[in-house]
Design a protein. Structure first.
Length: 146
């Protein structure tokens, strides 16, 4: 239940859900009040972050490589962009006693990563003409920065 201070963010967002400034201020407030997941959701909605999800084995911190049978585990693992995709992946194997036929379900957890969206530069490009097989095709020429 929201307190009076939190309503100070929620009401303006109700009136203008597209306002990134209020949304980011609310995300900071949520972070300060030990609600990092909700803060991440606000930053995602403001367009400054993206969420990524991985399935992790809690006992050793390794990540699932996906698949349904005999799941392999690694330091990197498979990354999903949507929580619904992780849910579908887990549901597909939920009829088995073990996740991936090798890990107790109680040892499986979903880890959420926040990826900040930050432009680091631009790549100039142009269209050039290329002659190939009796017809002209346009090709994109990308110039990488030095």
């Amino acid at each position: 239940m929201a307190n009076e201070e939190e309503w100070g963010f929620l009401q303006p967002l109700e009136n203008n859900a597209a306002d990134p400034t209020t949304r980011l201020a609310y995300a900071d407030w949520l972070e300060e009040h030990d609600r990092p997941y909700r803060a991440m959701v606000q930053r995602v909605q403001a367009g400054v972050s993206e969420a990524r999800f991985k399935v992790r084995r809690a006992s050793d911190g390794l990540f699932s490589e996906g698949g349904e049978r005999h799941v392999q585990w690694s330091a990197r693992g498979v990354e999903w962009e949507r929580l619904s995709s992780v849910r579908a992946h887990l549901a597909a194997g939920s009829h088995n006693k073990l996740y991936g036929h090798n890990t107790p379900w109680a040892d499986v957890e979903i880890v959420v990563f926040e990826v900040r969206v930050r432009p680091v530069g631009t790549l100039p490009f142009s269209f050039g003409e290329a002659v190939g097989r009796l017809r002209k095709r346009r090709k994109v020429v990308i110039v990488e920065p030095a």
